[in-house]
Design a protein around this ligand. Structure first.
Ligand code: DX5
Ligand code: ZN
Length: 213
């Protein structure tokens, strides 16, 4: 199980300190939420901030693109030297080409599903993915409540990946806390994103370790 703290709810005046803290923690991945104000009703951060984060940490960077036409920006994100890029299945018009482009750059490629998108919609593409990201809140904001139906989607996706003999990472994003982390792991998740739970913790190192166990 890998833990991927999200920086979405950080104080961006203090972002360097947050990145340094996460660099020193046991977290394997730093999750970066990019929003365009069109695909989701919020606007977060973009290229200059990803560039600064890249120069500050050796941790793997996971860029979650909540934007329309994500295929237009794969080259730009790939050039920044990140380790994971995911695009929404609802937003991407050229899914095999986009995943192929990410992988050709030596980056792990993922498709993301919104809570209301049936998990079966990703089945034809999972052989092209290194990971699938299941949203367990409606995308756009940190600090929302976990949608429990996500557990069934994880089980179903894990079953399908096994049927296709694929070693797929299943990442879950939104509302993850110390109460639901164990159930997510048991259902078959392998990467947990946690924003608010880590950043609002008085003891984030311990919280990251506790999420993993
Ligand atoms: C929501 C983002 C999440 C968010 C999770 O649109 O994709 O990555 O930061 O935050 P929490 O863990 O606070 O729900
Ligand atoms: Zn995210």
């Amino acid at each position: 199980m890998k833990i991927a703290p999200s920086i979405l709810t950080a104080d961006f005046c203090e972002l360097g300190k947050t990145i340094d803290m996460l660099s020193q923690s046991s977290a394997e991945i730093i999750h970066i939420d990019v929003m365009d104000g069109v695909f989701v009703p919020n606007i977060s951060i973009g290229f200059p901030v990803i560039k600064s984060i890249r120069s500050r940490t050796q941790k793997a960077l996971d860029v979650h693109l909540m934007i329309v036409e994500p295929e237009r920006y794969i080259d730009r994100v790939a050039e920044m030297g990140v380790e994971y890029i995911s695009v929404h299945i609802e937003a991407c018009k050229a899914i095999p080409e986009t995943l192929g482009k990410i992988r050709a750059a030596g980056i792990r490629a993922g498709l993301v599903l919104n809570p209301e998108t049936p998990v079966e919609s990703v089945f034809p593409y999972i052989y092209l993915c290194d990971f699938v990201l299941l949203m367990s809140v409606h995308p756009g904001f940190g600090g929302q409540k976990f949608i429990p139906e996500t557990l069934n989607k994880i089980r179903s996706l894990r079953g399908e990946a096994d049927r296709q003999s694929l070693k797929l990472d299943i990442e879950v994003d939104g509302g993850i806390n110390l109460t639901n982390a164990a159930a997510l792991r048991e259902a078959g998740a392998t990467i947990l994103v946690a924003g608010n739970t880590v950043l609002s913790s008085p003891t984030p190192f311990e919280t990251i370790n506790a999420l993993r166990q």
